[in-house]
Design a protein around this ligand. Structure first.
Ligand code: SAH
Length: 386
């Protein structure tokens, strides 16, 4: 499965869309805001470009697509406009490229642009020629390949996208055709070493190529802030995909899914640990690792923001259980917005409601018994000179 066939998130603005089910990712973006602002301001104030070019890689579709850009623009406008615009007598100008796979629902993003531009205008000072100028455009394509001309972008940002690999790793099937990871769809504690190695090796290849491409495209003095859904060690941290695997296994044992259909399926995703990430950056060599930060968010961290849309008419008996169910459903809903397109291709549309209802219950069980959180790795990289 090549990147172009990695399915983008569920488009549109319906109840099951990514746009309506991405408050967890939004919370992660807001937690990294200070680092993003610091890095972008540093680039702006050092280079002071006539037009600052920014790219968000894996922007998806919905309120998160423009959130990092808003943070960056607000920071630069409030910090620099007073002193510099006045002297230069020209408006701050930005060109923003939103990148995702070609199948991404860019139209929904374009439809939100008028609100984005309006907000920006209200941010400006003085008459209308002093307003900051911003031109937003889409750059469809895989970030595991070239997206921009040489020496072009000042600042790259990406959140929760680089754990997606360009393809399912090779080497997950033995020479005799036996699946090495047959009861799982991702690396888990039960996965043999050959699986762990195959996944890391694919990540290493992809991320090295990613860095090489960006190093051509970035201007000297430019930087990147990348947030990746990571892990503590390669295989001992419970990944939410392990719980999806459990729900799928139950469906195999009940004869709803064919065993070979699950055995042959593996997700093109890898959550590296901090050591692995550092190793790839250092070996590739184009960027200095200026900062590496780690933080956790629980799987249901964005739940309170979403409470408005929660359904209280479910068939459970007391408030505590309603809350547990709703939290499980919240996690299941945002995972469905991410996974449904790829799961549907493998297992068929008919079983999707059943799968995600089971997933809700396996999530509730996991959250009751274990400490369930995402590990987030944030790296701030500066292009090496020469
Ligand atoms: N940044 C957003 C979206 C994260 S979802 C947020 O934080 O909410 C991950 C996004 O990465 C998806 O939209 C997916 O289509 C995109 N993606 C995955 N692989 C990609 C690739 N190779 N090139 C470009 N985008 C990719």
């Amino acid at each position: 499965m090549e990147a172009e066939q990695v399915f983008p998130m569920k488009g549109g603005v319906g109840n099951s869309s990514y746009a309506k089910n991405s408050s967890l990712q939004k919370m992660v973006i807001s937690k990294v805001r200070a680092t993003v602002e610091e890095a972008a301001l540093e680039v702006y104030c050092n280079i002071f470009p006539d037009c600052m070019r920014i790219a968000d890689l894996g922007c998806s579709s919905g309120p998160n697509s423009l959130a990092p850009t808003s943070y960056i623009l607000d920071a630069i406008i409030s910090q620099c406009s007073n002193q510099m615009i006045m002297k230069k007598k020209k408006p701050l100008t930005f060109q923003v490229f939103l990148n995702d796979l070609p199948g991404n629902d860019f139209n929904t993003v374009f439809q939100s642009l008028s609100t984005f531009y309006e907000r920006l205008q209200n941010n400006g000072k003085g008459d209308k020629f002093d307003h900051p100028l911003c031109f937003v455009m889409a750059m469809p394509g895989s970030f595991y390949g070239r997206l921009f001309p040489n020496n072009f972008i000042h600042f790259f940002h990406s959140s929760y996208s680089l754990q997606w690999l360009s393809k399912v790793p090779k080497g997950l099937v033995s020479e005799t055709g036996e699946a090495h990871n047959k009861d799982n769809i991702y690396v888990t504690k039960a996965s043999p070493n050959v699986v762990v190695k195959a996944y890391f090796s694919q990540f290493q290849e992809d991320f090295t190529y990613f860095l090489r491409c960006r190093s051509e495209e970035i201007i000297i003095g430019g930087s990147m802030v990348l947030t990746i859904l990571g892990s503590i060690t390669s295989n001992d941290h419970k990944h939410v995909l392990e719980v999806v695997g459990r729900a799928l296994n139950d469906m195999v044992s009940e004869g709803i899914i064919e065993e070979k259909c699950l055995a042959s399926f593996n997700m093109p995703v890898y959550s590296p640990n901090a050591k692995e990430l550092r190793k790839v950056v250092e070996e590739e060599g184009s960027f200095e690792l200026h900062k590496l930060e780690k933080f956790k968010v629980t799987w249901d961290a964005g739940f309170n923001e979403e409470k408005g849309k929660i359904n209280n008419s479910i068939n459970v008996d007391d408030d505590d259980n309603i809350d547990k169910y709703n939290r499980g459903k919240y996690v299941s809903d945002y995972m469905r917005a991410i996974l449904e397109p790829i799961m549907m291709k493998q297992f068929g549309e008919k079983i999707m409601d059943d799968l995600f209802e089971r997933f809700t219950h396996t999530i509730i069980e996991s959250m009751a018994n274990e400490n369930c959180h995402n590990i987030n790795l944030v790296i701030y990289l500066i292009k090496n000179q020469g």
